[in-house]
Design a protein around this ligand. Sequence first.
Ligand code: SF4
Ligand code: SF4
Length: 129
Amino acid sequence: MGILDLTFPRNEFKGLDDYEKIINHILKLDVPFTILKFNLNESGIAVKLDVPTEKVSQVTQTLEKAGIKIKRQVIEIDEELCIDCGQCIALCNTGALCFDEDSKLKFCEDKCVGCHLCVDACPRQAIKY
Ligand code: SF4
Ligand code: SF4
């Protein structure tokens, strides 16, 4: 799964009555999805969406072209706690976690899709989500 925070801007989507319009936008992507949250805030209508990991790039690009703002939820690693054991690397399907040339854990944020798989794998609770 990949978690995306979408904001549908207020100038186009006036309120929660536009629910159908928003859902149609997502349905047009033709990918399976789960809506985790749906609310109105200062910037517009906020939707938290869960889509398959391999579809995150496609969904992001398509919705951004339609003027919808997207923020991916990515992890943070506490370097003080991390012991570079590599257990998280084995679980990351996107290559966001790897070892650098000094065998230290390296996190590539642009590859992280927020799937959460690595979080529970860490014996030191060094990965925050
Ligand atoms: S770094 Fe963690 S949350 Fe990000 S894609 Fe890899 S396994 Fe998923
Ligand atoms: S599982 Fe935890 S301690 Fe091990 S390399 Fe990953 S973040 Fe570091």
